[in-house]
Design a protein around this ligand. Structure first.
Ligand SMILES: Nc1ncnc2c1ncn2[C@@H]1O[C@H](COP(=O)(O)OP(=O)(O)OP(=O)(O)O)[C@@H](O)[C@H]1O
Length: 325
């Protein structure tokens, strides 16, 4: 079942033209008018229930703007956004009941209250039945390892603790969809892994559909079944993370550590790259590997063999470069 439908979505922002009051008057006198900047430029995609989608792209690509339209904070200039069949900006209240939102740079917690009280207040705001609220607080406290700071005022929490609190807060009302904008930004490895593990679990066990924007490569590798890559407001790629690797220069190599290699007499499989006695062969099909190893072994002593997978990092760099071209 499709839970999100985005069809030819467009969002413009007015830019320039100065601020308010006398400055605006001055701009008008000087004949400077506002111009429109298209930040989301004809984006379409559908997201199925239970998907875990990485919404990726360089700074300024239009990711947050899309998420804001999906969560009903911003109104589209044109095109259609439907979340569980409703247009979010027209049905903000109903939409709020079925989505959870975490913006990494902001918090929805009360600064002066202990985390536990923030959870209780949010439970009241979302009208979560007391029993369910208790159950969810207990479950998230365990899974996100928050027991040690549940009674600490939010302002005294570290960034990683606060982020765990924010993620838990966004899920107290059991939303079907979770939007996360940079949830692991600035976190240490332990906090990051804890959050990744948690997100995986709620996606798998509670069937929460997750849409995640991130610049963090291991978020993508560990979590995202699907990747939508945008740049300058347009979709450059939409598919599986492996599909992205295959399509954008996903070359795999068989790497052999050898001895007594002599380039002049070599008549074995073509060598793609050589680093001293290490020979790299391009793999086009896994079936070739055994025969390549056999052919090479007949000609040189082979001490070790490895298969080098393409790195998602290189692919993303390539996509960023593609966007700049
Ligand atoms: N309210 C606004 N008024 C004018 N321009 C805006 C507004 N909000 C965003 N923009 C511009 O729209 C573009 C896209 O911004 P957006 O925040 O969606 O990018 P992003 O892909 O989330 O980037 P990042 O990775 O840096 O968070 C940027 O150039 C930004 O300056």
């Amino acid at each position: 079942m499709a839970v999100i439908e985005v069809n030819h979505l467009i969002r413009d922002f007015k830019i320039g033209g100065g601020g308010g009051g006398s400055l605006r008057l001055l701009h008008r006198l000087l004949g400077r008018s506002k111009t429109l900047k298209r930040v989301v430029d004809d984006i379409s995609f559908t997201i199925e229930e239970g998907d875990f989608v990485g919404y990726l792209g360089p700074n300024g690509a239009g990711k947050s703007t899309t998420i804001k339209m999906l969560s009903g904070v911003l109104v589209p200039t044109a095109g259609i956004v439907r979340v569980l069949g409703l247009e979010p900006f027209r049905h903000r209240k109903a939409n709020a009941g079925s989505i959870g939102v975490v913006f990494g740079q902001r918090t929805q917690l009360w600064w002066d209250l202990p985390l536990r009280d923030s959870f209780k207040l949010l439970g009241a705001v979302y009208r979560v039945e007391p029993e369910r609220l208790q159950r969810n607080i207990a479950l998230f406290t365990e899974l996100l390892d928050m027991g040690g700071f549940l009674d600490t005022p939010v302002r005294q929490l570290s960034l990683g603790q606060r982020m765990r609190g924010d993620i838990a807060a966004s899920l107290l009302h059991d939303p079907k969809i979770l939007f996360l904008d940079e949830p692991t930004i600035g976190l240490d490895i332990v906090a990051k892994e804890n959050i990744q593990q948690f997100l995986k679990q709620i996606n798998r066990e509670k069937k929460v559909t997750v849409i995640l924007t991130t610049h963090n490569l291991d978020d993508i590798e560990r979590l995202c079944k699907r990747v939508i890559f945008i740049d300058k407001g347009r979709v450059l790629f939409d598919g599986s993370a492996e599909g992205m690797t295959e399509r954008f220069g996903g070359q795999r190599y068989l790497v052999l550590d050898t001895e007594h290699f002599d380039e002049r007499t070599w008549d074995g499989p073509p060598i793609a790259r050589r680093e001293d006695n290490q020979l790299w062969f391009s793999i086009h099909d896994d079936k070739e590997i055994a025969s390549m190893v056999a052919a090479a072994s007949e000609r040189v002593a082979v001490h070790n063999l490895t298969v080098k997978e393409p790195r998602i990092e290189d692919i993303i760099k390539q996509l960023y470069a593609l966007g700049e071209a």
